[in-house]
Ligand binder design. Sequence first.
Ligand code: NAP
Ligand code: MG
Length: 462
Amino acid sequence: MKAHDGMYIGGEWRAAAGKGTIAVVDPTDEQVIAHVPAGTAEDVDAAVSAAREALPAWAATLPAGRAGRIAALRDVLVARKDEIAETVTAELGAPLPFSQTVHTGLPILVAGSYAELAASYAFEEKVGNSVVHFEPVGVVGAITPWNYPLHQIVAKVAPALAAGCTVVLKPAEDTPLTAQLFAEAVHEAGIPAGVFNLVTGLGPVAGQALAEHEGVDMVSFTGSTAVGRRIGATAGGAVKRVALELGGKSANVILPSADLAKAVAVGIANVMGNSGQTCSAWTRMLVHTSRYDEAVALAAQAAAKYGDRIGPLVNAKQHTRVRGYIEKGVAQGARLVAGGPEAPREQGYFVSPTVFADVTPEMTIAQEEIFGPVVSIIRYEDEDDALRIANGTVYGLAGAVWAGDEAEAVAFARRMDTGQVDINGGRYNPLAPFGGYKQSGVGRELGSHGLAEYLQTKSLQF
Ligand code: NAP
Ligand code: MG
């Protein structure tokens, strides 16, 4: 696609208020592939005005009407799926097959789920002598990261539109082309002017202006815990609704009775997908001492196989950051059994699939979110020890439990402080609520729980 040099506001591409631009870089070869405008507070203000103006009519549109527009949006995404996959690959660096299946397939699935939910959701409930109406929260400021560029956008915009809210989106500076493509799709789908608006720009400028804007009723943010904390504080100060989807450091708990080979293979694949840039990735593998050496050998083999299938990291900063974490792991005494800090290629932000053994729970690599293809294998002595380690970080986004007996795995999962647990490699469910315990966030995305985030109640008594 060709990059737009303006903002999508009020149903049209408008010239940006300022002259600044952002260079978009292909992380595979480090070449600049496009420029997009760097939005200012003025652009954000124009977009919020457009969203406010469009709100009454969109909120009053019957759910079936909103559902029809979201279904049309899903159809446009389907029709343009090759272009989406190529765009994500160009600006994120994901291998094309992964962009085709996950980066394109997942948002299509989620958009489809909200077309159905908008039509079937009960926006009204009877409670005793009251009728409770579920009404849209209002204008939503959505701030998204680069790791799943289209999914993160759709996971906010589709439920917001289904709820009757209008939206201003500030996408990640690293992946604005996918966001522009999404805006084109919204337009093609016939979604009324001002219901969705796009302002590309930098986080501390456009993002902050959006989070602080008085005309924004709710902020939905996905990204780092550091920025999430600030946005939460800003929203709290202004008494705005806020949803935060932050980092993770999830545990893959392999109980002694588990199918070890399967648990390790799926566990490594879970982290290496998207080059380790998944907030819910199971970056800590917990193995009983009796099977530890076997697991380490299997993990090293599995990681080595990813060598030439893995894409680069998104940018130079993440490249430096992730390799710094690998160096720190070595310095703190963890044992490298696959990969390492050296860049495997001369060009592009590549990191070798890396596995550390002899990781202790308090090491930096076992506590902080690395956001790269790095797995830490941690030894435990018994189940209580495993639970202490699994719950022993500030995060609680996801996790996995493997056991010979499903009930045994479920019993363990129920004791974990985390928002999602896959039992013996359970299948991904796009309708299951996704979100964090502890510092992994506030609120839930996806399915009916994700829709409820964008609704507020009004009770009428009779
Ligand atoms: P980030 O800075 O939190 O970026 C997320 C979004 O917030 C981007 O759109 C960003 O804009 C925007 N933003 C940044 N500063 C802001 C501010 N002061 N006010 C409002 N919005 C602001 O994350 P990152 O720098 O891209 O990545 C850093 C680390 O965050 C990663 O290493 C990883 O650990 C974590 N992360 C987590 C997730 C997740 O899914 N939970 C996703 C991505 C990253 P810019 O793009 O201009 O910065
Ligand atoms: Mg940033």
